[in-house]
Design a binder for this molecule. Structure first.
Ligand code: GTP
Ligand code: MG
Length: 222
């Protein structure tokens, strides 16, 4: 039992060192980095498809993490931006060494803002720092409003939460009020955005906030 704990700690320590090295590279290149995580199908790629065109003054690139296929990378490359795919071949999260290899494929001097879409998973990605400046968690209403307290690490290590698929609320038992209250009770500084990629509701406010953050006009508390 103790051996397992030590091994796990070593993996996280090694990742932390790689993440710190990455963070230095990003800062020296003047690139702001967002790690997006959330359950499979919560809408991470859909949000990027909606938000990136609204960030037009900024030069955006994306690193796409998936267990298999290049489907999400193909969806995003139609936006005419640099997209690099990481195929984890089964691993349930990205780690900093994978991101490091992907970053070597990107000309950072041509990028202001880098999104990293993590593997769809509400558990493992929370433990792996990717050298990001901002972590955004996507929660879709179809997942249920009880999820924040059930998956605390994902929420507590993020600085913003996007509640997506608001258009589906009438067809679910999702309570926006209780989800927001639960998130606030866990970490009051979390910025919360309610959006629908289907109707476009909330996307403009989200774009404005990300742009302001990327330009250093908005501070987030870790
Ligand atoms: N009704 C509705 N459907 C949505 C919305 N956002 C995304 N979807 C749909 O939800 C499904 C999953 O969306 P994706 O963007 O692929 O989700 P994802 O989080 O990137 O999924 P993975 O990368 O597989 O983890 C797709 O069929 C989208 O069209 C929304 O706001 N409303
Ligand atoms: Mg996706």
């Amino acid at each position: 039992m103790s051996v397992k704990v030590v091994v796990g700690k070593n993996i996280l320590d090694a990742n932390e060192k790689n993440a710190d090295d990455l963070r230095k590279v990003f800062h020296e290149s003047g690139v702001r980095v967002v790690n997006m995580l959330g359950s499979p199908g919560s809408g991470k790629t859909s949000i990027l498809q909606k938000v990136i065109p609204g960030l037009s003054p900024l030069r955006v690139a994306v690193i796409e993490g998936d267990i298999a296929t290049t489907r999400d990378a193909e969806r995003l490359s139609s936006l005419g931006i640099q997209v690099v795919q990481i195929t984890t071949l089964g691993a349930c999260h990205l780690d900093a060494s994978m991101v490091s290899r992907a970053v070597s494929e990107i000309d950072l001097s041509t990028v202001d803002l880098l999104f990293i879409e993590n593997v769809g998973n509400l558990v493992c990605p929370a433990s792996f720092d990717l050298g990001e400046d901002l972590r955004i968690l996507v929660l879709s209403v179809a997942e249920g409003s009880d999820k924040p307290l059930k998956y605390p690490a994902a929420f507590l290590t993020s600085q913003a939460v996007i509640i997506n698929k608001k258009d589906l609320i009438p067809y679910t038992d999702f309570s926006l009020e209780s989800a927001v209250a639960e998130i606030r009770s866990m970490k009051s500084s979390l910025e919360i955005f309610e959006v629908s990629c289907r109707t476009g509701e909330g996307i403009e406010r989200l774009c404005g906030w990300i742009e302001d953050w990327a330009k250093g006009k908005v501070e987030v508390s870790k």
